[in-house]
Design a protein around this ligand. Sequence first.
Ligand code: NI
Length: 189
Amino acid sequence: MAILKIARMGHPVLRQVAAPVRDPTTPEIQRLLQDMLETLLDADGAGLAAPQVHVPLRIALLQVPSERLEREEEEGTGAVPLTAMINPVVEPQTDETEFNWEACLSVPGMVGSVPRFTHIRYRYQTAEGTQIEREARGFHARVVQHECDHLDGILYPMRMEDMSQFGFVHEMQGSRRGQPEEEEHGDEA
Ligand code: NI
């Protein structure tokens, strides 16, 4: 196991469309997943995509802590335990979008208000090669869309519509609309 170096905005690997994984069960992919897991836990993030660790493959990890969901009072969605998604595909279930704050391990120290679909279905393969399909709303749906964007070379600032809502976490604390004063740490993806 190893903690991997995280690419930051500007690195070409983050702008690339990542390649599908042919066989999720190979030892190489299992090792990559273990290293990504260790890297995500070390960084205390909500998600991590393989291109962020300089590997242009369609793999992403995500975890949605229950306290985050309770804070947003999202009924009907539970906490999402640490999940490895291989070859994930997102299908929006609505035209409705909402803005909320996002941060990214590849854009350290910054936050921005990003529109995302409020309700999606997504499917992916597990590390065992099993096909899974899930439905997601709110923060859960947001993290999945953020991670899948990484696989298409898109970083969250590229989704923003109002650049006045983009800045350094420590400068913006207290001035951000609709955001409690606490944290940011732990929400980077
Ligand atoms: Ni990110």
